[in-house]
Design a protein around this ligand. Structure first.
Ligand SMILES: Nc1ncnc2c1ncn2[C@@H]1O[C@H](COP(=O)(O)OP(=O)(O)O)[C@@H](O)[C@H]1O
Ligand SMILES: [Mg+2]
Length: 251
């Protein structure tokens, strides 16, 4: 079993007018085989958490720690984080001009494993994963995220997830911009990875919609950079009915 531990994490974002504090002491423990939904209204700091875990240079960890099985994640470079088994799908994926989906996936897999995957199995698995996600075979020879629709970007992320088989996956607003069919296909992909591997998932979402397809074991609500409430799947149901208003009335 592996564990991703976030302790008293404080993160600020570098802006023109200096460092703006966003996260004010986040505590989270995610084990393999667990799915944690991170919920919260717009601007509460969910993506900031994802960026901090990804090592985005704009986001500065001012105190606290992130460890993977005791190893300091914050000390790791971005590719060391990937090698350690962290997979991060960002809310706004970047374009990689001149690099095709096929080459990108194979290079990423090679970098993470320290050796190239056996070509025959790799090609077969990739073909299967693409079929599962209903992506056109021509997709493989397109440049990463260049001109991708919102839905194609999300499918490409799940394709990466299926092929790279990480220990922990952080999925930021994977449901944003998806119609109901695409949401189902993408969710099925996540569930396939959950069934086939021991992946631990941090599923960041503003809406409860995706949680009808991907069942969380734990739900954490972030309000103004802090975990305001935690519970099981029933908490997501309550938020579905009531929204986030009550957190602000209390404050
Ligand atoms: N680059 C940035 N410059 C200035 N403010 C930022 C930047 N990134 C995030 N913020 C602010 O940090 C807060 C949290 O943002 P974010 O983490 O994206 O929230 P969420 O993903 O929960 O909607 C917001 O108030 C947002 O405006
Ligand atoms: Mg966000």
């Amino acid at each position: 079993m592996s564990t991703l531990t976030i302790e008293d994490l404080h993160v600020g974002v570098n802006t023109d007018t200096g460092l703006k504090p966003i996260l004010n002491g986040i505590n989270l423990v995610i084990n393999t085989n667990e799915t944690h939904a991170i919920m919260g209204p717009n601007g509460s700091g969910k993506s900031t958490l994802a960026y901090a875990l990804a090592g985005h240079p704009k986001y500065e960890v001012t105190s606290g720690s992130v460890t993977l099985d005791g190893e300091d994640v914050l000390e790791m470079s971005v590719d060391e984080r990937a090698k350690a088994g962290l997979f991060l799908a960002m809310q706004y994926p970047v374009e990689v001009p001149g690099v095709t989906v096929t080459n990108f996936l194979r290079s990423a897999k090679t970098a993470i494993d320290g050796e190239a995957p056996k070509l025959r199995n790799w090609t077969k698995d990739l073909k299967q994963a693409m079929e599962n996600l209903r992506v056109d075979p021509a997709f493989a020879s397109r440049n990463v995220n260049e001109g991708f629709s919102g839905g194609e970007k999300k499918r490409h992320e799940i394709l990466q997830l299926e092929m790279l088989k990480p220990k922990f996956a952080v999925l930021d607003e994977t449901d944003s911009g998806l119609d109901v069919d695409a949401l189902r296909i993408v969710s099925e992909g996540v569930n396939r990875v959950k069934d086939a591997t021991d992946v631990g998932i941090m599923l960041i979402t503003h809406y409860t919609r995706i949680l009808n397809y991907i069942k969380p074991d734990h739900v954490h609500v972030i309000i103004e950079g802090k975990v305001a409430e935690e519970g099981g799947p029933e908490l997501a149901e309550r938020l579905e009915n009531e929204g986030y208003d009550r957190f602000f009335q209390k404050a």
